[in-house]
Design a protein around this ligand. Structure first.
Ligand SMILES: *Cc1c(COP(=O)(O)O)cnc(C)c1O
Length: 221
């Protein structure tokens, strides 16, 4: 099926108020143009240099989300234009984004990525560490960051009970953090191609869908 038809098909399954981030990492500019022609304006990428190159090549009304693990020395590639950094997973990264945002004279929207999956390898804050960081008032010293909510990735399993438990943990973390921020703390980013309907049932406000829209990724290219 074409990219445009896949986008329509995914959109038709979304509850009102849930945004669709089309995850275009590894896919060429032409594929993004096809999605753009179908009205898609929100895209997610994992690698800063690839994100920057696509930003430069494509229409400027696209809103780009950084969703992959971000090294502090690469923030500079995306800081001038990125719409949302979803994968903020450490105090060190918060402080480094603050510095880059200050240089560009921007306020950068971020999500706090929380580790809930069973796998050791997945990135994200440990919930308790994040809670104490937030409760310490650390974000008051980071005025160029606007914390919009929480992001997370469920365990890589077919077991729906485990997946649901992960999403419920993210939803609970979102609710627990919310009182520490203002009304712009409104985004709960969870759900990918294989599990986004469960994520929506658990309260997701933003799903990140890649392979279902663009097909399988080929990392060898
Ligand atoms: C690649 C990626 C996605 C999209 O995954 P699909 O399974 O292709 O939908 C979503 N979120 C993150 C953080 C990713 O890295």
């Amino acid at each position: 099926m074409s990219v445009a038809r896949q986008i329509e098909a995914v959109r038709a399954t979304l509850r009102e108020g849930v945004s669709l981030v089309a995850v275009s990492k590894t896919h060429p500019v032409e594929a993004i143009e096809e999605a753009y022609a179908a009205g898609q304006r929100l895209f997610g990428e994992s690698r800063p240099q690839e994100l920057k190159a696509k930003y430069e090549a494509l229409p400027k009304d696209i809103r780009w989300h950084m969703i992959g693990h971000l090294q502090t020395n690469k923030i500079k590639y995306i800081a001038p234009f990125v719409a949302l950094i979803e994968s903020v997973d450490s105090a060190r990264l918060c402080e480094a984004i603050e510095r880059e945002a200050t240089k560009c004279d921007r306020t950068i929207d971020i999500l706090l990525e929380i580790h809930v999956a069973q796998e050791e390898t997945k990135t994200g804050w440990n919930y308790d560490e994040l809670m104490s960081y937030v409760a310490s008032g650390a974000f008051r010293a980071l005025p160029h960051l606007r914390v919009r909510g929480v992001m997370g990735i469920a365990s890589n399993t077919e077991d729906e009970i485990v997946i649901r438990r992960d999403f419920e943990a993210l939803k609970a973390a979102f609710e627990a953090l919310k009182p520490h921020f203002d009304t712009t703390f409104d985004t709960l980013s969870m759900g990918m191609s294989d599990d986004y309907p469960i994520a929506i049932a658990c309260g997701s406000t933003s799903v990140r869908v890649g392979s279902l829209i663009f097909g399988e990724r080929d990392y060898s290219k």
